[in-house]
Design a binder for this molecule. Structure first.
Ligand SMILES: [Zn+2]
Length: 401
């Protein structure tokens, strides 16, 4: 009998597999025509309702807690309503953490705090003070509602840089959920360690990377990165790349996975980018997906992740220098050059004493990430020019703070 039991135990033993169900909860202005928080966070639409409450309900069916990263910048004029959503999610027993889209804040926000309105995007911040302001202020607003310290942060559109990591340390937020190769490819971030496994930054912040996978594109004959999202990208309309994960046959590196949803993930988008409710298909498919996933994975919150990590159940994959993610701004404004004759050698703009610490393998990854087709190089020149002038404006206006 004992042998039969042992055999069964070995055959059916559940491996330690962890899953984080993250939901970027946001009410961005261009995604609804009115009543943004109700429309885009709660998903209350003309024809039906499908938003964060439905996610909470489905999660509860399978005893799975979501991590709702809530943004308060996108609908700053509706802060009270957003705070209501935060309280609801927290009281429902799900995990509420910080998401930030400061590029959506009104100019008056910056004025009243003595900051220049630009640079708008968090990955373009050239001073730590700017990142500190955003992280501290909105983490504070979040904590006021939940009565708990904020444990994790995800930058809007994964737009972050080294300043973000330092601001997290400054605010006592231990976990960053920002590492993404897709964001680097899209020019939304300057650096990504190519891994799906949690690791540590040199300032002690723990990184939980967005789960992504390189996929070969048969048409373009190159690799691109796909995120673990629900619903799946249109490219995988017929067969999501993570399909095998549901059948428990994808066994290599996905013992730890981070799913990305948005508060509007159960809605459909019209030709103008406005979300609307079509039917309950996405809700039902999500229920089916969670039913399967929860059989093979332990769904964990940020606090549970920290606990497991401290117990050695999720060992971190090495230490990465924060300065690898430094925004590189040329010290001298580059001369206007004819784009045809002058090729931009990104490796020359990478540098920093810190890079010495980065091993060759990482450096290769970084260099390959910034490799772009010829047509894009002209744009790089433009962006850098703009960035240089932005920096001087920024320094001039912020040096006194
Ligand atoms: Zn977002």
């Amino acid at each position: 009998m004992a042998e039969v039991f042992l055999f069964q135990h070995l055959m059916f033993k559940k491996r330690d597999r962890y899953l984080m169900l993250t939901v970027d909860t946001e009410a961005l202005s261009h995604r609804a025509t009115d009543d943004h928080v109700r429309r885009l966070m709660l998903g209350e639409q003309e024809a039906g309702t499908a938003g964060v409450r439905e996610m909470v309900a489905i999660g509860d069916e399978f005893n799975a807690k979501h991590i709702f990263f809530v943004d308060m910048c996108g609908a700053y004029d509706r802060l009270t309503e957003i705070q209501g959503v935060i309280r609801y999610l927290d009281q429902a027993g799900h995990d509420v953490q910080l998401h930030t889209h400061p590029e959506k804040l009104p100019a008056s926000y910056w004025e009243t705090r003595g900051f220049a309105p630009r640079p708008r995007l968090m990955n373009e911040y050239t001073t730590d003070a700017r990142a500190q302001l955003i992280i501290r202020e909105f983490a504070g607003l979040l904590s006021e509602q939940t009565g708990k310290p904020v444990l994790g942060h995800r930058a809007g559109s994964f737009r972050w840089n080294a300043s973000t990591l330092r601001a997290l340390f400054d605010a006592g937020i231990p976990v960053s959920f920002n590492n993404s190769s897709v964001a680097v490819k899209a020019g939304q971030a300057v650096y990504a360690k190519r891994t799906n496994w949690p690791f540590e930054w040199s300032n002690g912040i723990i990184e939980v990377p967005m789960t992504e996978r390189a996929v070969f594109n048969r048409v373009r004959k190159d690799h691109w990165h796909a995120r673990l999202t629900y619903p799946e990208s249109h490219y995988f309309h017929f067969r999501p790349w993570w399909g095998p994960l549901l059948l428990n046959t994808l066994s290599d590196d996905l013992d730890f996975a981070v799913f990305l949803l948005h508060s509007w993930s159960f809605l459909d988008r019209d030709e103008n980018g406005i979300f609307y409710y079509k039917d309950d298909r996405k809700v039902e498919n999500y229920r089916k997906m969670l039913r399967r996933l929860t059989k093979d994975y332990d769904v964990i919150t940020t606090a549970e992740f920290l606990e497991l990590q401290a117990l050695g159940k999720i060992p971190l994959g090495g230490v990465e220098d924060v300065r690898s993610a430094e925004l590189i701004v040329p010290a001298i404004k580059p001369k206007k050059i004819k784009p045809k004759t002058k090729k931009i050698d990104k490796t020359k703009t990478e540098p920093k004493p810190a890079s010495k610490k980065v091993d060759t393998k990482k450096a290769e990854v970084k260099a390959s990430e910034v490799k772009k087709p010829e047509t894009d190089k002209k744009e790089v020149t433009k962006v850098e020019d703009k960035e240089t002038s932005k920096k001087s404006i920024e320094n001039a206006s912020e040096s006194s703070h």
